[in-house]
Design a protein around this ligand. Structure first.
Ligand code: 26V
Length: 814
């Protein structure tokens, strides 16, 4: 039943939607399509946000509150309609309003394209953080790039991935406000002039060869219960001189236009590089473009209110999401020293006081560096400043450890060797007051590996901030059935305080509660089964265990291990079809980087195995394999609530944290995981009986790599694995091209860098433990409910509260 207020909301929403449709979109009710209704609704909802948004922004200014600035090259937001409406408390009134207009909310909201301005975990984390910042009432801006094309659309042709451009802006973006008047000039190239300003003092003046404008587009970020609203400000590139009129008139109009196209290319497309750090110049341009725009923007705001840059660290916290915005260290120094005449040492205090940096990966091949010649050409003044920072930094190291040449070269900002390069992680480290990893294990490994020597220099610098996810999107919105049950079980306070989930634990022993928990899961699984049928023309049994691995395709994430286990299980079922097998549906989704051939081949293998298994009448409903195409935030919102088993099986020491692991556990999936990333902490929270842990530890992986152990020994010790490899190698799953997987299988017998062979038996056994538990329905449901009850700590509200207290020094208002 709707309250009186809700009924009033429904009426006024209905009127507002019809007005938008008529007077802003010029459509009649009868002619309106679902997309028109979506746009009209979004515009009407947006209106409900504006007053509070402007008010929140103004209040933060006037009260002199410290502002957080989250700089990220990626924001993987997904859809916003349900999120905004739900956080504003308008879900029921809106449903009602639309119903009276003959529109079904759930069908209509599918018209909204995902804002896919990110690759995976790092970008999605930024989106969760923005939501939590607003929900905790922390004044904050997110700064990034308004890519015209987000992450590519994945199409599978017979199991081979093809990439298609993504066009989220085609029909307009109802959430954003273009701010053509908010623009900053971003320089590239040119030369640096040293000007003597006094007897003792020089000023450096950068004369860029070209200038591009960064234009602001603002999206309000609505916090829970609409209490606070922040801004996501994304920059779009605009050629400063729309047309070089002279060149145009002199006949070179093609050349004049080409220049413009090249400049505006900066914000055209997201780099889909989850595979290797993009070495392209355009990527460096993107990084400097949005970082400089962000710093100019926040410096201007700060100066308008406080008049002096020296107070910046008291009023501003700048968080670098990975090294992509690490050039901020040099840019802020340039702004202070060159543009505002602040002496170097003071400027350094300001810079280090304001900036902090989050590391998201240990993989050496993923650590960003830029060649010195490229930097000199594109950012000549920044290169000088980096040399100066390095000189001071190395001086202080020399003073403390005289004669330690190894240490000097290890902590230098410049990597010498084949071609000199600027190490962006080192730049970010020295320019920050805090550096954090994203899980307890990852932060410890940072101290022992990539930043080992830096940790020696600055033992208080590295801290841990275990990731979290926003429960509004990943529980309340995506799983309303479970949310309803939780409210019934522990009270409505659980919507505001994830800690209250713990109250659920005692109900896990109540058979009645478990049944209700099971029936919610069952209906979520029916919805996913319907999607699988629609997408893949495959029928799956909603009573089977839904075993889910959804994430970018990467060798270290080991989808291959999961596929090999699938083949082993298939073999076992075929050879003993009379046994009582626990029925499973193996569900995969994820994109491979376009140039990552191995990853694409792994997708193809999943598809080939699916074809054979799904087509084999002897296995019937006991095993099915589904690879869902075009994984994105919206697809995750359907899969996560329907999962029974969550595959988090990366090679130990390689997954910095993972956040899908948290979403799945929250929704009552049991984790099948290695002791990697945040899995370790999930184990501590849910308890050993409620999770399946297998495989080598980080230390054991390291020892095997050191000893040069190959996969062959493990294969010889495991007849089961040997049989699986032989079958795949023989072309059982690829009769059209029997050699397709020969090399892939050989790599497992060879170096087996990712320890697929070494972990295989342990994984297979853990899966059989999962089968056993599944057979004991009460035990499984009890564990599932305990997972939901005990993962409240993984709320991004907790993570953000920790950043606020320990890195940013800002209060939380709740
Ligand atoms: C880049 C590369 C490049 C070289 C090959 C391997 C590789 C693997 C990953 C990446 C992306 C690094 C940045 C990133 O997205 N990290 C993810 O950040 C999440 C949020 O902190 C975290 O949960 C994931 O574990 C981490 O992979």
């Amino acid at each position: 039943m709707m309250t009186h207020d809700q009924a009033a909301d429904a009426t006024s929403l209905r009127d507002a939607i019809v007005r938008k449709l008529t007077y802003e979109m010029g459509k009649s009710r009868s002619g309106a399509r679902e997309r028109d209704w979506f746009l009209a609704t979004a515009l009407a909802v947006r209106n409900r946000v504006i007053d509070r948004w402007l008010e929140a922004t103004r209040a933060a200014y006037e009260q002199g509150e410290k502002q957080v600035y989250y700089l990220s090259l990626e924001f993987l937001v997904g859809r916003l309609l349900r999120d905004n409406v739900s956080n504003l408390g308008l879900l029921e009134p809106l449903r009602e309003a639309l119903q009276t207009l003959g529109v079904d909310f759930d069908a209509m909201r599918q018209e909204e394209p995902d804002a896919a301005l990110g690759n995976g975990g790092l970008g999605r984390l930024a989106a969760c953080f923005m939501e939590s910042l607003a929900s905790l009432g922390i004044p904050a801006f997110g700064y990034g790039i308004r890519y015209e094309h987000g992450l590519f659309r994945q199409i599978l042709h017979e199991g081979w991935q093809h990439e298609y451009p993504e066009d989220w802006l085609t029909f307009g973006n109802p959430w954003e406000f273009a701010r053509p008047e908010i623009a900053h000039d971003i320089g590239f190239g040119g030369s640096v002039e040293a000007v003597r300003v006094s007897e003792t003092e020089m000023r450096h003046v950068w004369h860029p060869a070209e200038t591009v404008q960064a234009v602001a587009y603002d999206t309000p970020v609505v916090g829970w219960r609409g209490r606070h609203i922040n801004t996501l400000r994304l920059w779009s590139a605009r050629a400063l001189d729309p047309l070089k009129l002279e060149a145009f008139n002199y006949g070179d109009h093609v050349g004049a236009l080409a220049d413009r196209v090249r400049q505006e290319a900066i914000s055209k497309v997201l780099y889909p590089s989850d595979e290797s750090p993009a070495g392209q110049e355009l990527r460096l341009r993107q990084e400097y473009f949005f970082t400089s725009a962000a710093l100019q923007d926040l410096v201007r705001r700060h100066l308008r209110v406080y008049g002096d840059l020296r107070s910046l660290p008291d009023k501003v916290a700048i968080q670098l999401n990975d090294t992509h915005p690490a050039i901020a260290v040099a840019e802020l120094m340039r702004i202070c020293v060159d543009l505002h005449g602040i002496p170097w040492d003071e400027a350094w205090e300001v810079t280090r006081g304001a900036i902090s940096y989050t590391n998201h990966t240990l993989l050496p091949e993923a650590l960003e560096s830029w060649s010195v010649p490229l930097m000199e050409r594109l950012l000549p003044r920044h290169m000088q400043i980096i040399y100066l920072i390095n000189a001071h930094h190395l001086d202080s190291v020399r003073a403390r450890w005289p004669g330690d040449v190894r240490l000097l070269s290890s902590v230098s900002l410049i990597e010498e060797g084949h071609g000199r390069r600027v190490r962006m992680g080192h730049l970010a480290f020295v320019g920050s007051h805090k550096v954090n990893g994203v899980s307890a294990l990852h932060s410890e490994l940072l101290k022992k590996t990539v930043f080992r020597d830096f940790h020696l220099l600055a033992p208080d610098r590295i801290v841990n901030k275990t990731n979290g996810v926003t429960f509004r999107r990943w529980l309340q919105q995506s799983n309303p059935g479970l949310t309803g049950l939780l409210v019934e079980a522990v009270g409505p306070g659980v919507l505001d305080d994830a800690g209250l989930l713990e109250g659920l634990a005692k109900q896990a022993d109540d058979a009645g509660f478990r049944d209700r928990f099971a029936s919610v899961k069952r209906s979520n699984k029916e919805a996913l089964a319907a999607l699988i049928r629609q997408q893949l023309d495959l029928r799956v049994d909603p009573d089977a265990m839904f075993d889910v691995q959804i994430k970018r395709i990467h060798e270290y994430k080991r989808q291959l291990l999961n596929i090999l286990e699938t083949v082993a299980l298939y073999d076992a079922i075929r050879s003993q079809p009379h046994l009582d097998w626990a029925p499973r549906v193996k569900i995969f989704a994820g994109k491979a980087a376009a140039s990552y051939h191995r990853a694409k081949l792994i997708i193809k293998l999943a598809h080939d195995v699916a074809r054979v298994v799904n087509g084999d009448p002897t296995v019937r409903d006991r095993l099915k394999v589904a690879f869902l195409p075009n994984y994105n935030v919206s697809l995750a919102e359907t899969i996560v609530p329907a999962a029974d088993l969550s595959e988090q099986i990366s090679t130990a020491g390689m997954e910095a944290s993972g956040t899908g692991n948290m979403k799945l556990a929250l929704n009552g999936a049991l984790t099948m995981g290695t002791l990697d990333g945040a899995n370790v902490e999930i184990l501590e929270h849910v308890g050993e009986p409620n999770i399946f842990i297998f495989g080598l530890t980080t230390e054991e992986v390291e020892a095997r790599r050191r000893d040069g152990t190959h996969g062959l020994a493990a294969v010889q010790a495991s007849p089961r694995l040997a049989e699986v490899l032989e079958a795949i190698e023989a072309g059982v799953f690829s009769p059209d091209d029997r050699g397709r997987y020969r090399e892939l299988m050989a790599s497992i017998r060879g170096h087996d860098y990712f320890m697929v062979a070494s972990d295989f038996d342990s994984y297979f056994q853990a899966q059989r433990q999962a089968d056993l538990r599944w057979r004991d329905r009460a035990a499984w449901l009890r564990s599932a409910a305990l997972n939901t009850a005990r993962v409240g700590w993984f709320s991004s509200d907790r993570t953000i509260a920790e950043y606020a207290a320990e890195i940013w020094n800002v209060p939380v208002r709740r």
